[in-house]
Write a new protein. Structure first.
Length: 157
C-alpha cells in the first residue's frame, strides 16, 4: 500500500483524506474538462461542449485517484495507468450508454473511429486515457505526499 506517514507532521485533520480526494476529483475533472473545451473548440465543434463532461470527468477521476492511492509502488507506473485507463473506459461506456444512447444527448460519438463499441468507446480514446492517467497518477501522488503526508512518490518503470 502507498500509505505511510514517514514521521512527517500531517496537515489534515480526521477525515482529511476524503476531503483531499474530493479536491483531487474536482481538480482533475476541471482540468480534463478544460482540455475537452480546448480540443472541441480547436476541432471547430464548440457546440458539442456539454456540462455533463465536467460531471463525468469528475466522476472518472475517482478510479484514477483511488488506484494511485491504493496500488503498490512496486507495480510499474505504466501498469497502474493501464488499470486506471481500463476503469475509465468502462465508466465511459456506461456513461455513454446512458447519456448518448438512452437520453440521446449526443455528447460524444466514436462511431466513425475504427474498432469502436456502439460509438461509445474505442481503443484510440482508451490509449488517450492511458496517457492522461500516466500524468494524473503522479500528480495526485505528489499532491497527496505534500498535503496529506503520504509516502514520497517513487515508481517502477
Amino acid at each position: 500500500m502507498k500509505r505511510g506517514k514517514e514521521g512527517r507532521k500531517c496537515r489534515c485533520g480526521p477525515g482529511g483524506g476524503w476531503v483531499l480526494s474530493m479536491l483531487f476529483w474536482t481538480w482533475g475533472g476541471t482540468a480534463y474538462f478544460l482540455l475537452e473545451v480546448l480540443y472541441k473548440t480547436a476541432m471547430g465543434e464548440p457546440e458539442r461542449i456539454s456540462w455533463t463532461m465536467l460531471v463525468l470527468a469528475m466522476f472518472l477521476c475517482v478510479p484514477v485517484e483511488r488506484c494511485g492511492a491504493e496500488l503498490p509502488w512496486e507495480m510499474p507506473l505504466w501498469l497502474q495507468a493501464a488499470a486506471c485507463a481500463a476503469l475509465v473506459t468502462g465508466a465511459e461506456l456506461a456513461a455513454g450508454l446512458v447519456l448518448n444512447v438512452w437520453l440521446k444527448l449526443g455528447v460524444w460519438d466514436y462511431s466513425a473511429l475504427p474498432w469502436n463499441l456502439w460509438g461509445q468507446i474505442c481503443p484510440q480514446f482508451a490509449a488517450a486515457w492511458w496517457v492522461l492517467c500516466m500524468g494524473f497518477i503522479p500528480a495526485y501522488d505528489w499532491l497527496r505526499w505534500q498535503v496529506h503526508c503520504g509516502e514520497q512518490p517513487r515508481y517502477c518503470i
